[in-house]
Design a binder for this molecule. Sequence first.
Ligand code: NAD
Length: 475
Amino acid sequence: MFINGQWCDASTSTTFEVTDPATGEVIGTMPDGGAPDAERAIAAAAAAGPSWAATTARERADVLYRAWQLMAERAEDLAQLMTREQGKPLRASRAEVAYAGDFLRFYAEEATRVAGEWLGSSRADQRFLILRQPVGVVAMVTPWNYPISMLTRKMGPALAAGCTLVLKPAEATPLCAKAVFEVFVDAGVPDGVINMVTAADPAPIGEVFTTHPDVRKITFTGSTAVGRRLAGAAAANLKRVSVELGGHAPFIVFPDADPVRAAKGAAALKFLNAGQACISPNRLYVHAGSADAFTETMADRVAKVRAGNGFTDGVGVGPLVNEAAVAKVAAQVDDAVAKGAQALVGGRRLDEGEFAAGHFYAPTLLAGVTPEMVIHSEETFGPVAPVITYDDVDQVLALANATNYGLAAYVYTNDISTALRTVEGLHFGIIGVNDVNPTSASVPFGGMKDSGIGREGAHEGIAEYLETKSVGIAL
Ligand code: NAD
């Protein structure tokens, strides 16, 4: 763990093991912290708060620029560590490290653009000065699926705004978090400004984060169930909250779209991170008129996606995070097939030979999926592409919106009017139009409904870490 500028053990001196999800091999141990460690870390962050808030925006920007440069210098080591600890193919790990660095550079730039306002009043002898100041100590909880970029997407803006912080990374990927902290430390972040507590059981730390009076804000990325619990507990103590949660993205192919192009896009997007992405397309709505061309192209593409160890050349899908994740995917596919769906490709666990010690599921294409099947309403988080054929163009928007989630959606059409009407009608925070990568550090990322509260990235991302102060001045 990292508290007040020192690497340290848990107060109990206990540790937990970190394993490679492709091989089951133990690749490291980390301190198994608890509530007392979280309290120590918060105390360090609170003590460092005033001096960090008093640095100039330029000084904070310089630290973030150095962190961005160091991350670029260490990119290959970080990518190798990510593939070892999280399992995604090495090429995807390299892309994630670059994306993670983007947040450091963007918020280095953004730090110097935080501005106040000078406002008039209905009183002739009064003026108002509006200040934006750091919220204070931020508690952060991050997931395992993007174990480096989810950290920089929170730490970049928090540090730029002048906040100090305590991070609790996911128990499956603490080694990546440690490597990110090394980058920040070497970039010159002062003692106490960033702190990290690791634990096999996150609940006691979550309890401290949501109740401690010195924590002013909680930011969380992970499942809707845990986010709801943490947001509820934090709200009871009137702490600021932003939560990035699950998704169940629709992917709509309109009759006028090129089904082959849409299928290539869907196949490229669906299997990124083995489908373990909150913006992964989970419901592919394809018009009956182009369903055959779409599924043929998809089947051809999916059959070529190779599962395996992320270090092996040509592997497109790595392991899932654990056995529970494989079981969830298998249950969804089995339910769909039992209710009449056809597994055109895959549709089974991979548990023999090179897969025996890891957590693998075959890249899968399901056709004939209907709303009665569990996979149509439950987030998948695995390498399964379910195709739902529709007839009525006027109904597809309602079908896409018929979910409690509201994170990402994808639309394929060549008609500008269809595109704009659909974009306006979709209840989702991130939309790709003929585009499978609608994300960037300089663009807001976040969802509606059960997908979360708040936005990360962009100008909005730093606003989440700033308080507004109004000052009336009598002349
Ligand atoms: P998770 O909610 O189980 O875990 C996320 C984090 O929460 C981990 O660090 C975990 O240790 C911690 N946690 C769990 N219980 C806690 C508690 N009681 N108190 C404090 N912390 C606790 O989710 P996961 O399995 O790690 O991630 C998968 C989920 O995250 C998916 O649903 C996915 O859609 C979502 N996700 C969303 C985004 C986004 O930006 N919206 C990004 C990545 C993942």
